[in-house]
Design a protein around this ligand. Structure first.
Ligand code: NYM
Ligand code: MG
Length: 214
């Protein structure tokens, strides 16, 4: 059997409070324990110059045109794109906590045209697997409540969820691996469901890394 020439790119998506960060952490630990080199990346990456502008916008410390903030979120992914492909080529599994799908869902919810929102993300490294942590916005809110940031309101999350579902249907139609996980279950059960989807990918990616929607 040919040796796999790269590792897997796994994206975890979902509404605020759906458990993404917790699950990304659990998956990171599980892979580390299995001696699989792995790096966890979070979008937005608030540590870069662009990320700091995004952070200030999310905390309502600054105002930006809807299109301008959309493009900053995308630029924040592009500034890490070559890092992601380098890691994958060197055999490090990459887990991303949010990705382009959040970018489209949150911006299109504001009324920006869907295709316009998707455009700047076309060509980014394509995930081998996207796990959509599906949760009822009311259940998410009941989990210790939404925070203080922009978008963290049940009504907004409802609209975002519908857009995530539209994106998921389209991804499935084009044959991309989009897996919906019931995130209303307990933490350990969700982690098991995620592991069931991830395990077959480890050590088995032998095609070159794809480009999103290209
Ligand atoms: N968000 C995140 C966007 O609006 N567009 C994007 O491209 C990304 C990656 O930022 N409510 C929104 C979703 C979240 C917020 O993310 C901050 P987090 O995971 O809560 O730090
Ligand atoms: Mg949040």
């Amino acid at each position: 059997m040919a040796k796999p020439n790269r590792s897997a790119f796994i994206v975890i998506e979902g509404l605020d409070r759906s458990g993404k960060s917790t699950q990304a952490q659990i998956l990171h630990e599980r892979l580390t324990n299995a001696k699989t080199p792995v790096e966890l990346i979070k979008f937005p990456d608030r540590t870069t110059a662009i990320g700091k502008m995004i952070d200030s916008y999310l905390r309502s410390e600054s105002e930006l045109d809807d299109r301008a903030i959309h493009l900053l979120f995308t630029a924040n992914r592009w500034e890490l794109a070559s890092h992601i492909t380098t890691l994958l080529a060197s055999g490090t599994t990459v887990i991303a906590d949010r990705y382009a799908f959040s970018g489209i869902a949150f911006s299109a919810r504001k009324g920006l045209p869907y295709e316009w929102c998707r455009g700047p993300d076309v060509g980014l490294p394509a995930p081998d697997l996207t796990l959509f942590l599906n949760i009822e916005p009311a259940v998410a809110r009941a989990r210790g409540g939404y925070g203080e940031e922009r978008y963290e309101r049940e009504e907004v999350q409802r609209g975002v969820r519908e857009l995530f579902e539209k994106i998921g249907r389209e991804m499935q139609t084009e044959g991309s691996s989009w897996v919906q996980v019931d995130a209303g279950k307990g933490k350990d059960e969700v982690a098991e469901d995620i592991w069931g989807a991830v395990e077959p990918l480890i050590g088995s990616c032998d095609s070159p890394i794809g480009r999103l929607w290209d």
